[in-house]
Design a protein around this ligand. Structure first.
Ligand code: ATP
Ligand code: MG
Length: 561
């Protein structure tokens, strides 16, 4: 991807200021090396995209390198499927980590040796308390913790027990290795945190080689150090962990990256934790991780978002040191701006109402030439067929129009885009009173959409010729949640209680201009007045495209409020 271009538009922020400072003071010999460290226990979401754009963007901007490292320390929750999806998503976003793909599990041997080193220094011990007891001993924010009765084991005893933990002599949960720091520390992370736990479980990469697994906090900082990362950029919740990471690295005397924390991205009307997203997938509230309503990268991709729009979004929101909530409308604007320039225009009628032009010759067909994209003449023109029987939107006709309704009404006249003025002369209904068709007359003197006599109409409607349209399924999406912050819960309330039951509307038999009857999967169009649409890559069939609405033309939601 074009890094130069991004450099020019990237505003200076506090992270880049820190890096500039380190380059000046030569703290890392002029090097900049970052990483993106996902835990492969779910699919990536738009928050991760922010982190990827930040980490990889910075490395690119400073002529440095970036690593992709899977922090795969938990054998229970991790799956190959997640690793594959994460790689696919990052590639799609436009980043290439080359051969710098690492796994924390590659360092299990090294981490074990580091642990032995700390035991030998008298800085780590094997503890026989179970997890409940450890929690009880830990104390609270206002009360110091209690020391474990096993805290003062000899180095020899600790070395022996730790080796036997590794050799599989003890059952799960019976012992841990803990750092010997300070049970009275005001920072709970420093109260003799667990470094290793016993877990007789197969790991997706190391198989049954290990039955002790490093805790995330023990693995993360050392993994960064082993790789020679200069700037470990992470989210704010790790600020309190930084003293622990510093302690480990300094006790081991190894390369010391600088950790910088920034605020994680929260978006309105959605949730961003992998645990909650997993729950939505597992319990069938959405069709999968790539459901177009999901804030996952795979969901946004299937919805039709472009990688460019997501990278623009990441740049636009910038980085901050305080948690906040970003309006999802900002993300929607980014894709709108991108597609306004790139998407060809098409006429599509999503709730068809038949219109018969009484005075139009029976078998006549005219073609109106129109530009594909007024923003970009190089996208050429196309011909749109017009004939006696047409479809317009049901919403574009109203028998009892409210004030300010400029569309078609009985006896009224409107413009059919690119074509003629038409006047409604008759409304036909079925026995239940539902309108089945309209009869109109057209004015041949208004060909092209303007009246020679200077007569004006207020409404311009899109339409398709019945004989020249094809039927398609169109999916319209709304926010997944009705509440701006679905995570803001009363006690005992479930985040799923504010799921939007109307977040997906499927319309069949929509009438689409024949010019895109053989639209290829993953193409994008602007349907006039309706928004931007994407040909669904999974459910479309040759000659039978299914369209997902990416975003409407205007932010109707904010207006509704
Ligand atoms: P979640 O809370 O969704 O489960 P996580 O932090 O456990 O996310 P990781 O796989 O550990 O997920 O995240 C990889 C990287 O992405 C981390 O460096 C993390 O700080 C960053 N990250 C995760 N969520 C966000 C977010 N909402 N905004 C920005 N960065 C994020
Ligand atoms: Mg994490």
């Amino acid at each position: 991807m074009n890094i130069e271009k991004r450099e020019a538009v990237t505003p200076a922020d506090f992270i880049r200021e820190i890096i500039d400072g380190d380059l000046k003071s030569n703290r890392f010999q002029g090097k900049v090396m970052t990483r993106f460290p996902p835990e492969p226990n779910g699919y990536l979401h738009i928050g991760h995209a922010k982190s990827i754009c930040l980490n990889f963007g910075i490395a690119g901007q400073y002529g440095g390198v970036y690593n992709l490292r899977f922090d795969d320390t938990n054998p229970i929750k991790e799956e190959i499927e997640y690793i594959e999806s994460i790689k696919k998503d990052i590639r799609w976003l436009g980043f290439d980590w080359g051969d710098r793909e690492y796994y924390a599990s590659d360092y299990f041997g090294k981490l074990y040796d580091y642990a032995v080193q700390l035991i030998k220094k008298g800085k780590a011990y094997v503890c026989d308390l179970n997890s409940d007891q450890i929690r009880e001993h830990r104390g609270t924010l206002t009360q110091p913790g209690k020391e474990s009765p096993y805290r003062n084991r000899t180095v020899e005893e600790n070395l022996d027990l730790f080796a036997r933990m590794r050799d599989g002599e003890f059952p799960d949960g019976s012992r841990t290795l803990r750092a010997k720091i300070d049970m009275a520390s005001p920072n709970l992370n420093m109260r003799d945190p667990v470094m290793y736990r016993i877990l007789h479980a197969s790991h997706h990469r190391t198989g049954d080689e290990w039955c002790i697994y490093p805790m995330y906090d023990w693995a993360h900082g050392q993994s960064d150090s082993i790789e020679g990362i200069t700037h470990s950029i992470c989210t704010l919740e790790f600020e309190d962990h930084r003293p622990l990471y510093d302690w480990y690295i300094d006790e081991l005397g190894i390369h010391h990256p600088r950790q910088i924390e920034f605020a994680r991205l929260n978006l309105t009307y959605t949730v961003m934790s992998k645990r909650r997203l997993l729950e939505l997938v597992r319990d069938g509230f959405v069709s999968g991780w790539d459901d177009p309503r999901m804030p996952t990268i795979s969901g946004l991709r299937r919805r039709g978002y472009t990688p460019e729009s997501i990278r623009t979004f990441a740049e636009r929101i910038g980085v901050a040191k305080r948690d906040s909530m970003v309006d999802v409308a900002v993300l929607e604007d980014c894709v709108r701006e991108d597609l306004n320039i790139r998407a060809p225009r098409i006429m599509a009628v999503l709730r068809p109402l038949k219109v018969i032009l009484d005075n139009y010759p029976e078998s006549q067909v005219e073609e109106f030439e129109t530009v594909n994209n007024p923003e970009d003449p190089s996208m050429g023109t196309r011909r749109v067929p017009f004939s006696k029987v047409l479809y317009i939107e049901r919403e574009d006709f109203n028998e009892n129009p409210p004030k300010g309704y400029f569309r078609l009404v009985p006896g009224g006249e409107v413009r059919l885009k690119h074509a003629y003025f038409v006047r409604c002369v008759k409304v036909v209904k079925d026995v239940s009173g539902e309108i089945t068709e309209l009869h109109c007359t057209y004015d041949p003197a208004t060909r092209g959409g303007d009246a020679l006599d200077g007569r004006k109409v207020k409404g311009t409607l899109h339409w398709v010729s019945a004989a020249h349209a094809f039927d398609a399924e169109v999916r319209l999406y709304d926010h997944l949640f009705t509440k701006e912050d679905p995570g803001d819960l009363d006690e005992g309330e479930d985040f799923k209680s504010c799921l939007n039951t109307a977040s997906l509307e499927t319309r069949k038999g929509c009438k689409i201009e024949r010019n895109i009857a053989s639209a290829l999967p993953e193409s994008r169009y602007q349907f006039l007045r309706h928004g931007y649409f994407f040909v669904d890559p999974t459910d479309s069939r040759p000659g039978a495209p299914v369209f997902n609405r990416i975003v409407s033309l205007k932010d109707t939601w904010t207006k509704k409020k």
